[in-house]
Design a protein around this ligand. Sequence first.
Ligand code: BGN
Length: 286
Amino acid sequence: DVASMTSDAPAYATIGPCPDIPPKLVGPLRVEFDYHRSLDKVREEVAEPLQNGGRFKPTECVAQKVAVIIPFRNRHEHLKHWLYYLHPILLRQQVDYGIYVINQFGEGVFNRAKLMNAGYFEALKEYDYDCFVFSDVDLVPTDDRNLYRCFSNPRHLAVAMDKFGYRLPYNTYFGGVSSFSREQFLRINGFPNTYWGWGGEDDDIYKRVTFRGMSVSRPDLVIGRYKMVRHKRDLHNEPNPKNPDKLHMTHWTMDKDGINSLKYTVKEIVKEKMFTFITVDIQAPA
Ligand code: BGN
């Protein structure tokens, strides 16, 4: 009959790409960290549409395949807030996504960029992702129009953080949250593995992007707002006085220090409902 021919798509019909502007976005969001959220409670509230490991794939359209990589150690309190806010946002943004929490094994010096490289590698073992969003665990966007996907240039998403007065601390700031397509990431040889402790690795990444002739894409200061969960400085992540000097060498080191020189071992992979938790030994100095 006519109705079934016009309104019901036949089973063999292919679905089109997801729209550039997801239809269900709501704009500015209320984000508060001042009360305790248990993982069970968060799971009850947001996990229903998810596959195990923090995976989701829209059925109504073909979406970008996005791996969200979170470098991590001892921040379970922050992770709960992050999951509580980000899963609903990512669902509304219509992404085919997976959440990868990359946990640094042991008590050695922390290395954010090396963990992100390991996350890129581990995510690709699981699914043919074409986009990688790298996010600190303590940063939650307060506007869902800030799209967690890839653009024609590497993107810096965390442009207006509360701790910097809702603006960039300096023009070339690239910290907090960023996104790279697979091609963009490979073009800069991934991230440096040699920035131990706090500071500088994000500046190195920014330099890699510009040295490879790309520019940085950004949302505006209204859409790009973030709240950071307040915390004390982490143990074993002191500012490293060697890091600033390394930035002068990026031009010469970036082709040999990156995804092509990455060495680490996987200690454990745990699939939780809302995320995949991967513990990696990155050979950290004590
Ligand atoms: C910069 C850090 C960044 C950090 C921002 C914001 C360095 C390198 C020497 C200048 N850079 O100073 O890594 O994201 O502050 O906190 O330490």
